[in-house]
Ligand binder design. Structure first.
Ligand SMILES: [Zn+2]
Ligand SMILES: [Zn+2]
Length: 367
């Protein structure tokens, strides 16, 4: 297809899409008016439904939200004639009108269509909703504050441990508290380099754990035997408050930069405070490591040094030293990959760090 012809086709598609959405908006207006009328007749009551919204859910096959949006818009139309006209004229969409109706309902007599309509014309529906909140604050700061306070009152966070030890998290945070959490999590939830194929939800989960572990010296009390730390066959798991027994790989990672406060060596039943031993990567050693690596050394990862652990290329438990030569910076996720995930880090002659994926052994016949 030649270019002019293709552009012509694209133009047609674009125009037709805009026209179709405009027509849908006008139909939604009509449905809103009818929905409000039906709600007022109480026909739904005589037919045995709890509410007009319920009636619509079953008779019109729409969701609860759609039903109540229609009714609300229909009921508020008399207070926003100019906005209704703007939908007919294609200046704003039905989505703008929903925001408008919601605002009218909340602020009552203080509603002023003419203050909001110019904003609706200039912004997308999402942005318009945001601006409508400013309007609500402007016309009745006290009521807005009360609303926000109510949102804070609804806050909750539930943490429950499933049978397999996983932590189930669910909850609701008020807008301000939520924003604080997002601000802390978002930078940590960014993709860490090429090949990071984690979905957003998984990155949020990792970010939350990283937030809990990183940035400051973790103060996790872990107890484990030397056998566990060495990964010896028959050793019991390690222990940490709020957790099921930890695997030896996890203990090994935690002990790697001594972010745990102590490990109990049960052979002689002595508590060795690793945090104060010479193996700890702190002070000048940590500063030198931060200066040399700058960020996580995993190719493509740029988590800053302050969020990284010091990793012993040869673990101290296997005789590795805590000299700069044996240390690299790894972010929480990549440190996990190396210890629990079975990856290996190899230092090339050019002092580059190359990660080697775990060898896949399953499916191999007996040899
Ligand atoms: Zn390590
Ligand atoms: Zn990393």
């Amino acid at each position: 297809m030649i270019l002019a012809e293709r552009l012509h086709t694209e133009d047609n598609v674009a125009r037709e899409l805009i026209e179709t959405e405009h027509l849908i908006g006008i139909l939604q207006l009509k449905a809103s008016r009818l929905a409000a009328e039906l709600s007022a007749t109480r026909r739904w009551d005589s037919e045995g439904y709890n509410s007009a919204g319920d009636w619509m859910r079953f008779k019109c096959q729409v969701t609860n939200t759609v039903a109540w949006d229609r009714i609300r818009v229909g009921e508020e139309l008399h207070r926003m004639p100019e906005s209704e006209q703007a939908v007919y004229d294609g200046e704003i969409g039905y989505a703008h009108l929903k925001v408008m109706a919601r605002t009218a309902e909340v602020v009552g007599a203080k509603f002023d269509e003419l203050m909001l309509l110019p904003l609706a014309r200039d912004t997308s529906p999402g942005k318009f909703y945001y601006k409508s909140l400013h309007f609500r604050h402007a016309v009745d700061a006290k009521a807005y504050c009360a609303e926000q306070t109510e949102l804070v009152e609804n806050r909750r966070l539930s943490l429950s441990t499933a049978e397999d030890g996983c932590l189930l998290v669910s909850g609701v945070l008020d807008p301000v508290g939520g924003a604080a959490v997002r601000t802390a999590l978002e930078p940590l939830a960014r993709k860490s380099g090429a090949g990071d194929d984690r979905e957003l939800e998984r990155r949020y989960a990792d970010a939350l754990v990283e937030l809990a572990c990183g940035g400051k010296p973790a103060n996790l009390h872990v107890t484990a035997t030397i056998e566990t730390l060495k990964g010896m066959v028959g050793a019991a798991g390690g222990e940490m408050e709020f957790s099921l027994p930890l695997s030896s790989s996890t203990i090994e990672r935690m002990a790697c930069d001594c972010s745990v406060s102590r490990v109990l060596l049960s052979e002689e039943s002595v508590v060795i405070d690793i945090g104060r031993s010479r193996r700890v990567i702190a002070g000048p050693a940590k500063r030198a490591l931060n200066a040399r690596d700058g960020h996580c050394v995993w190719p493509g990862c740029e988590r800053p040094a302050s969020w990284c652990d010091g990793h012993h290329l040869v673990h101290w438990i296997r005789g590795g030293s805590t000299d700069l030569d044996n240390l690299v910076l790894l972010c929480h996720r990549h440190h996990w990959k190396v210890h629990e995930g079975g990856w290996q880090l190899v230092k090339t002659d050019d002092r580059d760090i190359v990660p080697i994926a775990p060898t896949i052994t399953f499916g191999r016949g007996p040899d």
